[in-house]
Design a protein around this ligand. Structure first.
Ligand code: FE2
Ligand code: FE2
Length: 145
């Protein structure tokens, strides 16, 4: 495999962009009470959750389709257990995004919504951090071949 085909390099920009969206939403969701009128805050949170959901779902699909999972499974079978764990986390992330979307469109408590968003953001950050470590291990192992 040439370095240009290294999935780690190809996914790095996507991970960076996704993390920027996560950081922005975290700041909004954790903003002190009173910074925005409640209905403005709710609207902003819903629209940012919608944008993140679209980007995240597209990102997960790319990773599963031709991003890295098949490549690593073929070229680094010693990482297959970890790859399977990351794949399962994708389903958990999709389920949480669906639940968040349903919650946002209701007239529920804004603080419950904010907490659910922050929990979701932690899940995304944890997943991406584990994934980056996995991809780094793969890249490092290829560099030493
Ligand atoms: Fe992933
Ligand atoms: Fe990822």
């Amino acid at each position: 495999m040439t370095r240009n085909n290294d999935p780690n390099l190809r996914l790095r920009a996507q991970h960076h962009d996704l993390q920027r969206m996560v950081d922005r939403l975290r700041v909004i969701a954790a903003a002190p009470e009173g910074i925005l009128l409640p209905h403005r805050l709710h609207y902003l949170l819903e629209s940012e959750v919608g944008a993140l959901s679209g980007s995240l779902r597209a990102h997960l699909a790319i990773e599963e389709r031709d991003g890295y999972m098949d490549i690593l499974n073929q070229e680094a079978p010693e990482l297959s257990n970890e790859i399977a764990l990351r794949r399962k986390e994708h389903d958990v992330l999709r389920q949480h995004m669906t639940e968040l979307a349903q919650m946002g469109y209701g007239d529920g408590n804004i603080d419950v919504y904010r907490l659910a968003i922050l929990e979701m953001l932690d899940l995304i950050t944890d997943h991406e951090a584990e994934e980056s470590l996995l991809l780094d291990r793969y890249t490092d192992s290829r560099d030493t071949v």
